[in-house]
Design a protein around this ligand. Structure first.
Ligand SMILES: CC(C)(COP(=O)(O)OP(=O)(O)OC[C@H]1O[C@@H](n2cnc3c(N)ncnc32)[C@H](O)[C@@H]1OP(=O)(O)O)[C@@H](O)C(=O)NCCC(=O)NCCS
Length: 195
């Protein structure tokens, strides 16, 4: 099944780093992750005991439409990042990516999922709230170098996900493609700007 915008979800691979980096600079001009951080994160996806899961949404033309990253250990998970290419936003893809990531966290037996989001990022906050994330507190000046505050949110992952949104248009079903498996290779702990 294809996601909104016709994108297909699959594991992120090393050759995705460059197109992701370009989009990353558009989406997070103040605190974009470096190539080294992405390499390090992908390294954590592989081996006998992976600690990361990175997924991309690939558009029919082969371009990157969006991506997510999850860190997990000891029954707890963190949303490392989630992003949708600017021209593909507001079509439901962010919802599909988040639901795919949360489904993976459940499959990994995570009982809680955490994230940080800029307090002024209303769209992302709404997306998280719709999926059961609740505010825990604010970290002042968390995002550097801008000095923006982060809202810390937690999802009680013993609770089921809310139903998927209804399709927007014929042919757009709002459900994810086959969940990507975690079969990949950790950048430096890239926690300056988590999702
Ligand atoms: C946050 C982000 C990932 C959301 O991705 P997106 O693809 O735009 O998200 P969606 O399209 O699923 O949801 C956006 C809107 O469409 C609506 N929508 C989604 N699916 C829908 C559907 N099937 N039918 C009707 N409306 C729908 C949602 O209700 C939402 O509305 P809202 O913004 O008024 O709350 C994206 O905006 C982004 O990449 N932002 C920049 C990077 C960023 O801030 N990342 C988060 C860091 S914490």
């Amino acid at each position: 099944m294809t996601a909104p915008t016709g994108a297909r979800l699959r594991p992120m691979r090393w050759w995705d780093i460059e197109p992701v980096r370009v989009l990353e600079h558009e989406l997070f001009p103040e605190d974009a992750w470096t190539v080294a951080m992405f390499w390090s994160e992908l390294a954590g996806c592989g081996g006998p005991a992976p600690l990361r899961r990175y997924t991309v949404a690939e558009a029919p033309d082969g371009s990157i439409a969006g991506w997510t990253g999850l860190a997990f250990a000891g029954g707890s998970a963190d949303v490392q990042t989630i992003a949708v290419a600017p021209h593909r936003q507001a079509a439901g893809l962010g919802t599909v990516l988040l639901r795919d990531l949360l489904t993976a966290a459940a499959d990994l037996d995570c009982r809680e999922v955490f994230l940080e989001v800029r307090t002024d990022n209303d769209r992302a906050r709404r997306l998280y709230e719709r999926h059961g994330f609740e505010p825990m507190g604010v970290r002042r000046g968390y995002y550097q170098p801008g000095g923006h505050d982060a809202l810390v949110m937690r999802r009680d992952h013993t609770r089921p996900l809310p139903p998927a949104p209804r399709p927007r248009a014929p042919g757009v079903d709002g459900t994810p493609d086959t969940p990507a498996s975690a079969d990949r290779p950790t950048p430096p702990a890239p926690t300056d700007r988590e999702a």
